[in-house]
Write a protein that binds this ligand. Structure first.
Ligand code: AKB
Length: 320
């Protein structure tokens, strides 16, 4: 059994899709007194009645630094970001938020000699010239969304801070994450969350991606497991300091619809692709994550069918 030092953990952007579930998992490990969930929106923090909370704007460097020092924080999970679809609506703001916040967290880690930093990257680092099937860890990237450009640059900065200053920063290139405990915010893979809500409400679903658009995806419990496994792996096992490819399942809107229709036979779908189609078309269909499997023993658990069954079992009675 693994044992963990009871360090103070700060989560920035805790109320988002990933943070909502990761915070719960971190509290199970470190205890509610040692986990500080922060977000820019005060109401969004109300759900965290099992740990400490604080309203925090990640762009306010002095506030982040003050909190880290006064609370003796040793680990930061920096999750705040503008995602792919929202980023295209305000590219300069997305760049500023995604880059400035990462650089200030990395600088803080260097100055205050923090133990570990977690920062999520994404399949958005890949672009139209990337090999589409079984995309390797190392290949041409050339992302064409501002979100993808910020993630690629962020990966370079993570590796730089590790090589140059020894900052123990760890990162995963998440595929589209699917969970039922929070609503997604501004991603291209969000259709695969919305579709379950429509099925349960007995409504018709209009997909903003074409029926045969394959994207790499992952059920949230697998994403939480991967994140914690990476963060608790011995330092020497974490051999990639930019960001690890990570994969579980790959499916199209038609396939996820069919997996739901087995349980909701009257459910219906139509397709009305919008600007997000071009983003999805620039991303891989599937990912080769063999380095994560070799270096720190990554294994996913959920297939599309198993994920659909689990979501349809829990979502109808879940209250937001
Ligand atoms: C998005 O669609 O923007 C995100 C991602 C793949 O990083 N879910």
């Amino acid at each position: 059994m693994l044992s963990f030092t009871m360090e103070r953990v700060l989560i920035i952007g805790a109320a988002g899709q990933l943070g909502s579930e990761l915070t719960q998992a971190l509290v199970t490990i470190y205890g509610g007194d040692n986990v500080i969930a922060t977000d820019i929106q005060p109401q969004a923090l109300e759900k965290f009645d099992y740990c400490r909370t604080k309203v925090l704007d990640v762009m306010d460097k002095e506030a982040v630094k003050g909190l880290v020092k006064t609370e003796n924080v040793k680990q930061i999970y920096h999750l705040a970001a503008v995602l792919s679809a929202t980023g295209e609506k305000n590219p300069l703001f997305a760049w500023q938020l995604n880059m400035d916040s990462l650089l200030s967290v990395l600088e803080l880690a260097r100055e205050e000699k923090l133990d570990k930093i977690y920062w999520p990257s994404s399949i958005a680092v890949f672009g139209p010239n990337t090999p589409k099937v079984n995309t390797p860890q190392y290949c041409v990237k050339e992302p064409n969304t501002v979100y993808g450009i910020s993630k690629q640059a962020g990966e370079r900065w993570c590796e730089y801070y590790f090589q140059k200053y020894g900052v123990d920063v760890r990162s995963l290139r998440y595929p589209g994450l699917i969970g039922y405990k929070s609503l997604p915010g501004g991603g291209t893979t969000d259709y695969a969350v919305d579709i379950y809500h429509k099925a349960i409400a007995g409504e018709h679903f209009v997909s903003f991606l074409k029926e045969d658009t394959y994207l790499p995806m992952m059920y949230m419990p697998d994403a939480i497991k991967a994140t914690l496994n990476l963060m608790h792996a011995p330092r020497e096992n974490v051999k990639i300091r930019s960001s690890y490819n990570l994969a579980a399942i790959s499916f199209s809107p038609k396939e996820i619809f069919e997996s739901i229709k087995i349980h909701y036979p009257d459910f219906s779908i139509s397709y009305a692709p919008d600007f997000r189609q071009a983003i999805a078309d620039s991303w891989p269909d599937s990912i080769d994550d063999s380095r994560a499997r070799e270096d720190w023993g990554w294994e996913h658990e959920y297939s599309l069918e198993k994920m659909t069954e689990d979501i349809l079992k829990h979502l109808p009675s879940y209250s937001f």
